[in-house]
Write a protein that binds this ligand. Sequence first.
Ligand code: ADP
Ligand code: MG
Length: 361
Amino acid sequence: MSIEIQHVTKIFGDFAALKDVSLTVPAGELVALLGPSGSGKTTLLRIIAGLEVPDQGTVLFDSQDATARSARDRRVGFVFQHYALFRHMTVFENVAFGLRVKPRHERPAAAEIATRVRELLTLVQLERLAERYPSQLSGGQRQRVALARALAVQPKILLLDEPFGALDAKVRQELRRWLRRLHDEIGITSVFVTHDQDEALEVADRVVILHEGCVEQEGSPEQVYEHPATPFVYRFLGNVNLFHGRVEGSQVHLGEFSMEAPAGMGQAATPAVAYARPHLLDIDHQPPSGRPHFQATIAHINAAGAVVKIELTTGSGAIVNVEMPHERYRHLKLRKGIHVFVSVKDMKLFTQAHSTLGGGI
Ligand code: ADP
Ligand code: MG
């Protein structure tokens, strides 16, 4: 089932938690709502679920207006950050609960309930723990029970609000891959809320980035990462080096260095900020020709990891971070304290907060 949100606004008192939000979740996709705390993610999820009523705007399920439909009639499964399992019930009973409380004419027979619960426990890989109580499970296992319970009533849509937020980093990583596989298996339209950009980029088919109640950008993980539409998205999706300066004529002056302004920047002198991810900067012993570059001193090297992370200090005291493959690092024989040239392979120029006038160089 597809979901369409059209011009949704939600106001609490005099505070607008969502401002004219529109987005589409195609049937069968796994979409991540990504944004910092307070950006409106939970509010939007609750509006989709029917637990909150928008002040303006419409929610469509499969092109049908569902705005006035009750939460019960929307056939939505919900998993929260804090697993709300029934403590006095076994894993089996927790998953069976939604089926047992159905009105008599909709309720499956006991044997059918048992079969379906067993299937779901197999799906979430907990078939051996059916008779345990929630207190006898790990955090990750409890969240899998919560997911099986949400799926038991065969919802049309699955909504997950920071489902792994309370778990430690390693378990989170395992569970997000597991969720992706599970989604591929059952193909239910799912909206997954997270404030963790790695989680969103790894798990989702599409990412919607929320900021202060507005959709800042939406697209595939590659699109939003490679082509951030705004400075906020660039900063939010990963480590970044910032260079402040101004556009003057055909040149951009960025303190440490200057370069040609991308086409379409206009002639007026305008304050500008350039953004470059650490892997888009490179280091050389000689000034590289054909690339904007500046001098810097190596302040710190961290070679423990998939890439080598190098921190440098510029002449004006600014800190610059560069990441490079181990092979290149060994080739360059870099050491703390030496003077080098930092060059820019690619960067993105913004001339005002929230507007993109220039593309990458
Ligand atoms: P997120 O899930 O992205 O952290 P929320 O959707 O929970 O953000 O909240 C967005 C903003 O709306 C926050 O500033 C929050 O304080 C406010 N808010 C959310 N729910 C209520 C409510 N019931 N009453 C008043 N303010 C609320
Ligand atoms: Mg929230």
